[in-house]
Write a protein that binds this ligand. Structure first.
Ligand SMILES: [Ca+2]
Ligand SMILES: [Ca+2]
Length: 232
């Protein structure tokens, strides 16, 4: 009698476990991978007239200093959305000059189709620099890294970005990671001020960290945003 009860209890527990994991696998946005982790990515602007006073763009009724929507991807170590010393892709160039996600989104989807990137994520533009933008990011063992960019607007080809943030450290998913985000120059335009007229660069120059005087104080780079990745 007792043995029968124990078996029945064991079956009930096994059934319970199975249905719980089924629910998890079917939850929206879940990769279904037991080795994955979900993060909330938050970009908090720190690009203000006080922190970056040189030529800081005027606030207008219809325009003014803002960031484009974030766009990024999860990936492994054989892919980088951007990197110092590499010419920009057409997608990164357009993102950095016009804030448009196309064709960068198509480039990232092609990387996903080729098995070199995981998920694409995006946010709306940050029109009010007093607010943050967020996106939900799902990483796994194959694609444990995150890269993300947003245009600094107005600007010739300047963007805020972080590449190759590895969310797995020492074999564990990190609980939270916070990074300073610096300005970059994509290498697609020769303008040297925020509101310079278009001056397309051909051939493209390599993407570099942006050492225009707008982003330096006493020779040190001043971050334009903070990026937080918090495990959900
Ligand atoms: Ca440039
Ligand atoms: Ca250009």
């Amino acid at each position: 009698m007792i043995r029968t009860l124990v078996i029945a209890l064991g079956l009930a527990l096994a059934t319970g476990c199975r249905s719980a994991s089924d629910d998890l696998a079917q939850s929206p946005g879940s990769s279904g991978s037991a080795s994955g982790a979900a993060y909330e990515l938050t970009l908090t602007p720190m690009w203000t007239a006080a922190s970056h006073p040189l030529d800081y763009p005027k606030v207008g009724l219809l325009s003014g200093p803002h960031f484009s929507g974030l766009i990024g991807a999860t990936h492994g170590s054989d892919f980088a959305l951007f990197g110092a010393g590499r010419a920009p892709t057409p997608g990164l160039e357009r993102l950095s000059e016009e804030g448009k996600h196309s064709p960068l989104d198509a480039e990232l989807r092609a990387m996903t189709a080729a098995g070199r990137a995981g998920m694409l994520f995006e946010s709306d533009a940050i029109k009010d620099l007093g607010r943050s933008a967020t996106a939900r990011v799902q990483v796994d063992d194959r694609f444990p890294m995150v890269s993300v960019v947003a245009m600094i607007a107005p600007s010739p080809d300047w963007f805020a970005g972080v590449a190759n943030v590895d969310l797995k450290e020492g074999g564990q998913w990190v609980a939270e990671k916070m990074l300073e985000v610096f300005a970059w120059d994509s290498g697609g335009d020769d303008g040297t001020t925020y509101e310079a007229a278009d001056a397309d660069t051909n051939p493209k120059k390599p993407t570099m960290m942006n050492d225009a005087p707008h982003f330096l104080r006493s020779g040190a780079r001043v971050p334009v945003a903070r990026l937080t990745l918090k495990r959900m």
